[in-house]
Ligand binder design. Structure first.
Ligand code: F6P
Length: 595
């Protein structure tokens, strides 16, 4: 009741009053914090609402019908297929019927999903623990779109940076910007970790085999350096010449220990070969912290900004991804990627829930994990070019929704978040599919591509290589859904003692998402679908999907260990302040390894 009132009043209030609090910045901050908190807050948990309880009760109903029987209802299947902008989503292999869908839409209403989506697009400070808006959608807005936060349209700033990237990458690629010894910079190492790495790596891996993009990248190499393991640094420079290499240091905060050490390591590699003045020509940065960029020794003119309203894991469409990818493929290819993401943003913002791909995926994911009790999700692209998609989504999903408290900070009485993992098909089939067919139930996302990036048809084969791949894409969801009964096995004369081993229970849910092709545009679409799907889940669970306090504790403990290692090695100081186990391990490590 109270929440309904708040939802009803707040949008009107903010429209009518405008930013009155801008007169007093402190009051403004507090006001923003409170209003976002109120907007996102759940005065009761979503699990206390009637729609949640109805869904709980509905679980028993749906369990009575096997998926193979649900699949016999053609009208149902037809209603669970959706086409948008060249993409096809088939969710008929979900353990759900029309009643499930109705109840999920009612739950979405109870969770104020529509208002929360609008709050995100309206630039409200929905990341309340950091008092920030969440505006990655502005990164791919077209020039004429208006996306405001705190009374300011951010789209012109976004395009200012994009234009700077276009200009810089054109100069590097054309050879008008050269290195310290006058040579063209044909190789790029992007140094960054987590959100400053995984998204760009996924997109790069997907574009690498696209004929149009590959043509644009001819003669150039893009590598990533993420892990602080010295092996990764050695690999990143192996075969590269500092004279022809540009290093892009990518860090939102410019404080991340691993990235900064790797950046110093590559700075040393460059200056040892070319002298300290070479940094100006061979190192650039992407960050929100331009002061620290300058302190590091990178010319602020060679820094590409983004904003604190872009979460690290949502930053691939900022300079974090756009700069390295433009250097490799040219800005016009990357612009298509942004356009693909923008197409999904508009769809997500405006399509009715029954026809809204991220909303349907998000609601059914909540259904699978929270109500049916399947906590994991397998991401299975039948495309080798998408081999880095699951690692990227692992971060987006698990860092976003791996939370134990509600947005108000109250412990959740239910589990939020999902365990994401995946591998491209068919490789995964020879790895963990045994478990998903006969062991635990793991809802699967099958992602297929209609037209391959490569066309191979060997003489004498009955299908092309891509058809072979796709035969598996089409077969696996049905194998999971239908299973195989003992009766079927008996009719095949399978010996009785093997029947339990060869039986497949089936009734295992999956989505099929079919992309027409794998080009920059479709890759952008795919990215945005998953980003929004994950937001939908967080909105329903009533958590803050946009902070990540859970990564802090390990970082601060590592800093204590770092200090100890330094003190022991340089001053021979005894190990102290750790528990018995860590002390014993540290002693072994220090005894065995010379620095
Ligand atoms: O440790 C997790 C994290 O904070 C991520 O959220 C972020 O993407 C990553 O580290 C890198 O942070 P930065 O871009 O500030 O170096």
């Amino acid at each position: 009741m109270l929440r309904g009132l708040i939802w009803g009043i707040l949008p009107n209030l903010s429209r009518r009053t405008g930013p009155w609090y801008s007169l007093n910045p402190k009051a403004a901050k507090r006001e923003r914090f409170l209003s976002a908190k109120l907007l996102m807050a759940s005065s009761t948990f979503i699990c206390d609402t009637q729609p949640w309880k109805d869904l709980k009760a509905h679980v028993e109903d749906i369990k009575k019908t096997h998926l193979r029987d649900l699949m016999n209802d053609h009208e149902r299947c037809k209603s669970m297929m959706l086409e948008f902008d060249g993409l096809d989503l088939d969710y008929s292999r979900q353990c759900a019927n029309e009643h499930t869908m109705e109840k999920l839409f009612t739950l979405a209403e109870a969770a104020h999903l529509k208002q929360k989506i609008n709050s995100m697009f309206n630039g409200e400070h929905i990341n309340s623990t950091e008092d920030r808006p969440v505006l990655h959608v502005a990164l791919r807005a077209s020039r004429d779109e208006v996306i405001c936060t705190d009374g300011k349209n951010v789209v012109p700033e976004v395009w200012k940076v994009l234009d700077k990237i276009r200009d810089f990458s054109d100069r590097i690629r054309s050879g008008s910007w050269v290195g310290a010894t006058g040579k063209t910079l044909k190789d790029v190492i992007a140094v960054g970790i987590g959100g400053s790495y995984l998204g760009p790596l996924f997109v790069h891996t997907a574009l690498q085999t696209n004929p149009e993009a590959a043509q644009c990248a001819k003669g150039r190499q893009l590598r990533f350096l993420a892990n602080v393991d010295p092996i990764d640094a050695a690999k990143s420079i192996s075969g590269f010449n500092p004279e022809t290499t540009l290093v892009v240091v990518v860090s939102k905060t410019f404080t991340t220990a691993e990235t900064m050490l790797n950046a110093r390591t590559l700075r040393e590699w460059i200056t040892a070969a070319l002298g300290p003045q070479a940094v100006a020509k061979h190192m650039v940065a992407v960050s929100t912290n331009l002061l620290l960029v300058e302190k590091f020794g990178i010319d602020p003119n060679n820094a590409f900004a983004f904003w604190d309203w872009v979460g690290g894991r949502y930053s691939v469409c900022s300079a974090v991804g756009v700069l390295p990818l433009s250097l490799q493929y040219g800005f016009s290819v990357v612009e298509k990627f942004l356009k693909g993401a923008n197409s999904i943003d508009r769809h997500f913002h405006s399509a009715p829930f029954e026809k809204n791909i991220p909303v349907l995926l998000g609601l059914l994911s909540v259904w699978n994990s929270t109500f049916l009790g399947y906590p994991a999700r397998a991401i299975l692209p039948y495309s080798q070019a998408l081999e880095k998609f699951a690692p990227h989504i692992q971060q987006v999903s698990m860092e976003s929704n791996g939370k134990g408290v509600s947005i108000d900070g109250v412990p959740l009485p239910f589990e939020a978040g999902e365990i994401d993992f995946g591998e491209p098909g068919t490789n995964g089939q020879h790895s963990f599919y045994q478990l998903i067919h006969q062991g635990r139930v793991v809802p699967c996302d099958f992602i297929g591509v209609v037209k391959s990036q490569q066309s191979v048809y060997l003489k004498g084969e009955i299908v092309s290589n891509h058809d072979e791949l796709m035969s598996n894409f089409f077969a696996q969801p049905d194998a999971l859904a239908y299973g195989k009964t003992p009766e079927q096995l008996r009719s095949e004369k399978v010996p009785e003692h093997l029947i339990p081993h060869k039986t497949f229970s089936g009734n295992r849910p999956s989505f099929c998402l079919l992309l027409p092709f794998l080009n920059a545009y479709n890759i952008g679409q795919l990215l945005a679908i998953y980003e929004h799907r994950i937001a939908v889940e967080g909105f329903i669970w009533g958590i803050n999907s946009f902070d990540q306090w859970g990564v802090e504790l390990g970082k601060s403990l590592a800093s204590q260990v770092r200090k100890q290692l330094n003190a022991s090695r340089t001053k021979g100081e005894a190990i102290e302040g750790f528990n018995f186990s860590t002390m014993a391990l540290l002693t072994k490590y220090l005894e065995a390894k010379s620095p």
